[in-house]
Design a protein around this ligand. Sequence first.
Ligand code: ZN
Length: 160
Amino acid sequence: MFKIGLGYDIHKLTEGRDLIIGGVKITHEKGLLGHSDADVLVHAIIDALLGAAGMADIGTLFPDTDPKYKDADSIVLMKKVYELIKSKGYKINNIDSNIIAQAPKMMPYIPKMKEVIAKTLELEIENISIKAKTKEKLDAVGEKLAIESNAAVLLEKENK
Ligand code: ZN
């Protein structure tokens, strides 16, 4: 049995924050604003995983009103979600994702992001796709005010 999930996220770029995407610190004059580390890619993947498993979304699971998740490492949250879906008998088949940012260039960081995500989710690198896109200078993302991400995952469950 296969189950597909779709995740989306957006965070505002602001001064005085580190830019962390896909669990990797990226050199940039601004970072993403959020209650946690605001890792937009990892949040999209988390929501796709939860969606595929038919579970509550990331905001319900890790509320931004909870001080426990202030500046939380999103990779740790993704690991928790992975353990949850694994306990329900699912395994991840593959992940496809986009990072939509006008700046900075994501390409140099993608191999490391894949490595971090593969390790966290016990996946082969070839089963993780991360694509970098710009917004063609359109809207808030195109004006470098925000970074967006979306992700699709396929979960597999053994029929017992
Ligand atoms: Zn987020």
